[in-house]
Design a protein around this ligand. Structure first.
Ligand code: BEZ
Length: 212
């Protein structure tokens, strides 16, 4: 069964390069990104994992913990991490799941047999503090993901959670945001003291509320 937006993220207990993890307990009251990569010792994955490690301070700032996965064993993850350090100039600083039994891959439908029946696709699940799935993305093995885009989506999701706003096309941190239609003008007066521009009754634009 596919894991869909709004579902409770399936919980699991696994061995990782940083010891045993029980997913929901490990998340605590923060956010999580669970992502799969197809295989250890492969070129695109090597660049992706290096890029994720370099973004650690950005994830920390947003209270997001990152958890990687492939259907390889811990011994391979550990050997490969030396190559990542050598070629990408950074140590792995987040746990990688040993999913050689495909427990988590099956739980999250990360193996798409018509793409490959032995490797996971490039799946991303962003999970909120309420343990609900907020974002899913699936990329093929041949295309490395853009983790700056994933951070951008996390910023948008966190704004929605905290301020009842949505973000428009190509929004980036600092740009104006949209007051969601569920908020009446009366309520908006209290919530958005900087005011808003009403282009249409359903299209109200306000400065990003967590910016000065
Ligand atoms: C890669 O990471 O480069 C890769 C992995 C599996 C299939 C194709 C490419």
């Amino acid at each position: 069964m596919a894991v869909r937006l709004g579902d409770t993220a399936p919980d699991f207990e696994v061995e990782t390069t940083q010891g045993k993890i029980k997913f929901h307990d490990w998340m605590g009251d923060g956010w999580a990104i669970l992502f799969s990569h197809p295989k250890d010792f492969t070129p695109v994955c090597t660049t992706e994992l290096g890029a994720v490690a370099k973004l650690k301070s950005e994830f920390d700032k947003r209270k997001v913990k990152v958890l990687g996965l492939s259907v390889d064993k811990i011994g391979d993850h550990e050997k490969w991490s030396k190559d990542i350090e050598e070629t990408q100039g950074t140590k792995l600083n987040f746990p990688l799941i040993d999913d050689h039994e495909r427990k988590v891959s099956d739980l999250y439908d990360m193996i798409h047999p018509n793409a490959s029946d032995t490797m996971t696709v490039r799946s991303v699940f962003v999970v909120g503090p309420d343990k609900k799935v907020k974002l899913t993305i699936t990329y093929p093995a041949s295309t490395g993901r853009n983790f700056d885009e994933i951070l951008r989506v996390v910023d948008s999701l966190q704004l929605t959670a905290d301020y009842q706003v949505a973000t428009p096309v190509n929004w980036k941190d600092g740009d104006d945001v949209i007051i969601v239609p569920a908020v009446s003008n009366e309520e908006a007066k209290g919530k958005f003291p900087k005011g808003w521009k009403e282009l249409k009754p359903y299209l109200r634009v306000t400065p990003q509320p967590n910016r000065n």
